[in-house]
Design a binder for this molecule. Structure first.
Ligand code: SF4
Ligand code: SF4
Length: 367
């Protein structure tokens, strides 16, 4: 398969009709929270641009980001991996191994110097000259720096690459370090979460391919379209929070009635992510919907902030609990530069991936 083929050419070669292709573009625009007029722009980009080369590296991590990515329902990861991007190297899912695999890195640099996206899952440990993560006989941090020198931009998948995550928990013996603190001269797009939501991951890649630029980011480097609001802002249990109706224990009457989980530790009031709108498993559910509070896994330092089962603040939840939570959230909101479009983006994705169970692969395949 020639690497210079466009996404459209690949789809046509697989027997996809033009009508299905345009339908795919409309769904993608909706999934990104963009207006219908952007469907044409996406179609034009996918028809004319060569597929984007991507190198996907793994540092200290558990591979949950890859596990999440391959379960994306909109667009299906298969569409993204096999058609929209040219995934030249991924040491988890590639067929090559050993020297043959490592040679692909150099070949990618030779062919696409300054043009490929470097997708990083996990982080490099810096202690002991990087010896806590050795790949192909050398410290991972060396491999990361080498590839970063030649890439166009970096996507930091998940909370490990974005913030450090549990391997950076105090006292952080390996000095696990997030990507943006190691690579200082390339743009780093943080897509945090443990793992990130599948549709958020594929949505970020789709945006970069279609528009040939980084998605709008907040001050922490996260795409605004997916990280522009708190879970608390769109949580279906929010009316119970506002009414002061809380679960006190996981087996009490409030839990059975579906009351708010704030008192049993829900971090939704301070967590920026799209779980309460896009949800998980193709829009089937999310932790709060299954009766457990949010752990705040998309936020920096969530692993060292104390018990997952303690309320967000120590100020109690009587009286002005809402203003307390909103004060905390409001402070973060200012820092995160919420975009108005974020609500629309997440809502449309929720519709596309949720109740209707839209399946772009079927759409594009069946005509
Ligand atoms: S505290 Fe948690 S459960 Fe309660 S409304 Fe906010 S996000 Fe939902
Ligand atoms: S609900 Fe909270 S802990 Fe769960 S995935 Fe979403 S941000 Fe992470």
């Amino acid at each position: 398969m020639p690497a210079h083929e466009t996404f459209y050419e690949v789809m046509r070669r697989h027997g996809v009709t033009r009508r299905s292709f345009l339908k795919f573009c409309s769904l993608t625009a909706a999934g990104l929270g963009l207006g219908p007029e952007f469907a044409g722009k996406i179609a034009h980009a996918l028809e004319t641009k060569p597929r984007t080369p991507v190198v996907w590296l793994h540092g200290l991590e558990c591979t949950c980001c890859t596990e999440s990515f391959i379960r994306s329902g909109n667009p299906l990861a298969g569409d993204v991996v096999l058609s929209m991007i040219s995934l030249d190297y991924d040491d988890t899912i590639m067929a090559a191994a050993g020297h043959q695999a490592e040679e692909i890195l150099e070949q990618t640099i030779e062919k696409y110097d300054g043009q490929f996206i470097l997708a990083c899952e996990g982080n490099p440990p810096l202690n002991e000259d990087g010896m806590y993560c050795i790949q192909a006989g050398r410290p991972y941090v060396e491999k990361l720096r080498h590839m970063a020198d030649h890439c166009k931009a970096i996507i930091a998948w998940g909370s490990c690459a974005s913030w450090g995550c549990v391997q950076a928990a105090r006292p952080n013996p390996t000095q696990a370090t997030p990507i943006h603190k190691v690579i200082l001269d390339k743009p780093v797009i943080k897509v945090p979460g443990c793992p990130p939501i599948a549709e958020v991951m594929t949505g970020v890649i789709t945006y970069m391919l279609a528009f040939d630029r980084l998605p709008p980011l907040d001050r922490q480097g996260r795409p605004q379209m997916f990280y522009g609001q708190r879970l608390h802002d769109k949580c279906y249990r929010r009316p119970h929070f506002d009414a002061g109706q809380f679960v006190e224990k996981f087996d009490d009457e409030g839990a059975r009635k579906g009351y708010c989980l704030y008192k049993v530790g829900c971090k939704g009031p301070t967590t920026y992510n799209a779980c309460s709108t896009i949800e998980w498993n193709g829009g089937l559910s999310w932790p709060v919907k299954s009766g457990h509070g949010c752990l705040g896994c998309a936020e920096d330092n969530f692993w060292d902030k104390g018990s997952f089962y303690s309320p967000v603040t120590n100020l109690g939840v009587t009286g002005n609990v809402e203003s307390t939570a909103d004060t905390i959230g409001g402070t973060l909101a200012a820092a995160a530069a919420i975009g108005v479009a974020a609500h629309a983006a997440a809502s449309v994705v929720a519709k596309a991936t949720g109740k209707k169970k839209t399946q772009p692969r079927e759409e594009v395949s069946n005509g």
